[in-house]
Design a protein around this ligand. Structure first.
Ligand SMILES: C[S@@+](CC[C@H](N)C(=O)[O-])C[C@H]1O[C@@H](n2cnc3c(N)ncnc32)[C@H](O)[C@@H]1O
Length: 225
């Protein structure tokens, strides 16, 4: 079953900025650049698992027409208060209510880790992407650097759950977070899942952000023949 984000919606933004030391903003800006850069000046964008709408706001500021979808009504309520220039919809990433090839770009920031059926969600995101379009995904990961890992483990296993109980009043939700990061495939392992589920990928790559604690995945869909 999908984790219920309604329960942590109110403190979500504050907790997010605090536990990432504000880096989450920078990571979303980097992902936004990937959507609106050079030959990819996407006009229409679907932000999947949009949560409280920070990625949507970034894309709107860069001139995109944006639709945000999420499973949590409470998260969407906060997103709607942040911008009236985008449309928001309650929808499941695994059953997106849009026809094939509807969007120039599809984004998902820190959402795919929470999908119950990862391949189904990724398949849907690719289906609604236009041929020749771009999918940009941000996700948290454990750092590769062995020297950094003990600090990272201590921070995620002890400090974050403690912050979760003090700031968000929900220790369990922030104990789930490091567990789900550790379990989730990162880098090439994640891209392999996408590559093996479809023939429609033209190019894919990933970048390590901030020592690899965040990964930026860029996937270009093959243009129509
Ligand atoms: C960690 S939050 C990320 C929110 C936002 N994208 C951000 O950048 O902060 C994960 C979000 O994924 C949503 N979510 C989880 N599974 C989903 C699904 N199958 N379909 C749509 N949204 C989903 C949750 O409701 C939650 O709002």
């Amino acid at each position: 079953m999908a984790y219920d984000f309604d329960t942590i919606a109110r403190g979500y933004d504050r907790m997010n900025h605090l536990m990432t030391l504000g880096l989450d903003r920078r990571w979303r800006r980097r992902a936004t650049k990937e959507v609106v850069c050079g030959q990819w000046p996407a006009a229409s964008v679907l932000d999947v698992a949009c949560g409280t709408g920070d990625m949507v706001c970034n894309l709107v500021q860069r001139g995109c027409t944006v639709t945000g979808v999420d499973l949590s009504e409470e998260m969407l309520a906060i997103a709607r208060r942040k911008t009236a220039l985008a449309s928001f919809q309650l929808a499941d990433a695994e059953h997106l209510p849009f026809p094939d090839g509807s969007f120039d770009a599809v984004t998902c920031a820190f959402g795919v880790r929470n999908f119950v059926h990862l391949e189904k969600g990724l398949g849907e995101m690719l289906r609604v992407l236009k041929p020749g379009g771009r999918m940009v995904i941000l996700e948290l990961a454990t750092p590769d650097n062995k020297l950094l890992r003990p600090f990272y483990n201590f921070y995620t296993k002890h400090i974050i759950p403690w912050l979760g109980s003090r700031i968000a009043g929900n220790r369990d939700a922030y104990t789930y977070l490091p567990d789900s990061i550790t379990r989730f495939p990162k880098g090439d392992a994640f891209l392999d899942i996408i590559q093996h589920s479809t023939f429609s990928i033209q190019h894919s790559c990933h970048r390590r952000l901030t020592f690899g604690v965040c990964r930026l995945y860029t996937i270009n869909k093959r243009a129509a023949e």
